[in-house]
Design a protein around this ligand. Sequence first.
Ligand code: SF4
Length: 359
Amino acid sequence: MIAREHTRRLLVGNVPVGGGAPVSVQSMTKTDTRDTAATIAQINALQGAGAHIVRLAVVDADAARALHEIVERTSVPLVADIHFDYKLALIAVEAGVAMLRINPGNIGERARVEAVVNACAAKNIPIRIGVNAGSLEKRLLDQHGGATAEAMVQSALGHVAILEELGFTQIKVSLKASDVERTVKANLLFAERSDIPLHVGVTEAGGRWAGTIRSAAGIGIILGHGIGDTIRVSLTGDPVEEVRVGWELLKALGLRQRGITITSCPNCGRLECPTEDVIAEIEKSFGDLDEPWHIAVMGCSVNGPGESRQADLGVIAGKKGYLLYKGGTYWKTVERAQVVAGVKEALALLRAERKEQGA
Ligand code: SF4
């Protein structure tokens, strides 16, 4: 288990963030926020996939006003993402969002910042400061000779100072670049200097394949240092994929458990029967479960029994069919067409056992 750095605790709606709370998975809608039906449907899909917090872009007053209905008809904490316009921030707070993402240094005159801070403080709504390497202040770019990790941290601390001068401490920070190296450096540097919770992600990471790898590398290294309180995997495409990848990442690092985790061998010349289609069928049939189950799917008996003994359930391709392991011991052998039914039956039995043991 990775030892977590201590950060101060916030509440984003009902989700604890920082201060030892488990790392949360966040995503962002890609619908036009003014299209409330499509936005609500996407928020619900993200929540169904396991998103703890969902962010929405608020581009104008119509989008801000749409938040009233969206908040009312959804149950996951929502973050309103606002650039520059403090009036949109005030409407969003009024609408009942759980958090604002706005950079106080970009709001303008002090009275406007105060208005936003007072509105958030009155409703106990935290503010996320989001520093992106692509939009750093010119002054910092000149001072540091470009968008370096140090410049990103300085930008974040500048925005933090504005809020803290007004007595507002319910802050989360993100420091994102589109490359792993700067993202990691900036997050590690910031964590050395502040106990403010961090939202971690590699921005503009790319499409599903490359973006997953880049995000896993960047977020994984940061989490491996015990840093990071919420994460977002940023992918071009369906945001539900972002949530799935986020969860796999947390599961891989032993930080959270949810749904099925599959251990599978790559297959090789010793293979008795291919297992790729078996895995696809298991993922399709059991991918929506919330309960954590560890399933091993192995191509032969070289490593099959060993992995199956360490899993809740094992499927090993054998000469005479598929050997099923349940609770770490051999259970029975079934034909290919019966594998999913066998897994289903085994899960039902194991579930009953867990219930009996009060697990
Ligand atoms: Fe090859 Fe068997 Fe190992 Fe799979 S379990 S990689 S088939 S030796």
